[in-house]
Design a protein. Structure first.
Length: 360
């Protein structure tokens, strides 16, 4: 394999071997603690503009099954591994992970000390980095390029381009605002007898409300929620309509901003399939799948808005409830893919909000 390099904006340099595409990329470097689910991760639009470090040391051992893709294409900018499996063994396997990366022009590097890399990111916080197969001869110029990198229009890049309809549900018609949605959100709704109409993120609220949906879903998505100013204005109109609304991840953050709360960037985010969250009402804890670098600041929540879930590890807001109003939000991913399905019951709660049968 060809030699490859990862240079962080603080000057740390890692040398490994190239996998996937050999193109040079600059991106935000983050880490994920999942042991499996790498294809779902690669195709999760929330990772747009990011280079993902997998903390589990061996990745790719079960290959790639294209049915596990969560969107129309991979969005990860770079894939950073300790070791890429040399063989893949699974009855569903269609191709190797390395071939998939090549086919989709995703730059990768393996053979580096990911433990040391993740320790740096945990202590110093998420930072930009460059993955390249070219020797870095001008360090100052490379660092200037890396430090100048900024995310731009990520939601606009990942959202669908046209209105799409899924399912033939006879009971509920759900409007899903695609902020960078994972496909399993649609699947979870279709399984519950919903017809799901997916709208591009730039769709006006009036266009959605004119169709008289039974409920509105605000999806996950990439980037800083404060970069979504025009979308926040439309979310506010949707919330004021009193149509039952369920929001996930970025949708949760935009709901908070639309209500007058504030968000902030976490030092290194929550990314993995083993994050514990506590239901503040029942006291019960659940294991959740998470992928976010920003959070809602609990101390800024307006009067009448309650924290529905909190992160067991750091106490950050993981969900909001609005007593007297048909709105519910979560920061984590109840649709999983990858991850545990412990909180899939929240989709049933959404059905209840739309007038469905009560679930235990």
């Amino acid at each position: 394999m060809k030699k490859a390099f990862l240079l962080l904006e603080d000057g740390h340099l890692f040398t490994g071997q190239s996998i996937g595409s050999e193109k040079e990329v600059v991106c935000e470097v983050v880490f994920n603690t999942s042991m499996t689910g790498y294809l779902e991760l690669l195709t999760d639009p929330s990772y747009a503009g990011q280079g993902v470090v997998m903390t589990y040391p061996l990745i790719g051992n079960y290959g790639v099954c294209l049915k596990d893709e969560e969107s129309r294409r991979p969005w990860v900018s770079a894939f950073i591994l300790r070791e890429l499996s040399r063989t893949e063994s699974n009855f569903r396997c269609e191709e190797s992970l390395n071939q998939y990366l090549k086919d989709n022009d995703i730059t990768g590097i393996h053979g580096i000390d990911t433990r040391a890399l993740v320790k740096i990111l945990r202590e110093s916080g998420t930072m930009n980095g460059m993955v390249t197969t070219e020797e870095i001869t001008d360090l100052d110029a490379a660092l200037e390029k890396i430090r100048a990198y900024r995310h731009k229009d990520l939601v606009q890049k990942t959202t669908c381009k046209n209105i799409e309809i899924f399912g033939k549900g006879n009971r509920w018609k759900v409007a899903l605002l695609d902020l960078g949605a994972k496909q399993n959100i649609v699947r979870c709704l279709v399984e519950r007898d919903c017809e799901v109409t997916v709208y591009p993120a730039t769709t006006k609220a009036e266009t959605i409300l004119d169709t008289k949906p039974d409920g509105v879903m605000l999806s996950n998505g990439p980037g800083d929620p404060k970069d979504c100013g025009p979308i926040i204005d439309q979310v506010r109109i949707l919330l004021d309509s009193d149509v039952p609304t369920f929001a996930i991840c970025l949708g949760h953050q935009l709901t908070a901003l639309a209500m007058g709360a504030d968000t902030c960037k976490l030092a290194y985010g929550h990314r993995g399939v083993n994050h514990p969250v506590r239901d503040t009402k029942s006291g019960r804890s659940y294991i959740s799948s998470q992928n976010h670098g920003y959070c809602v600041m609990g101390e800024t929540l307006p009067e009448g808005v309650e924290v529905a879930f909190e992160n067991v590890n750091d106490g950050t807001v993981e969900g909001m409830r609005f007593p007297g109003r048909p709105i519910y939000t979560v920061q984590f991913h109840p649709e999983a893919s990858p991850g545990p399905k412990d909180t899939a019951f929240l989709f049933d709660h959404f059905i209840d909000m739309m007038g469905g049968e009560q679930h235990a």
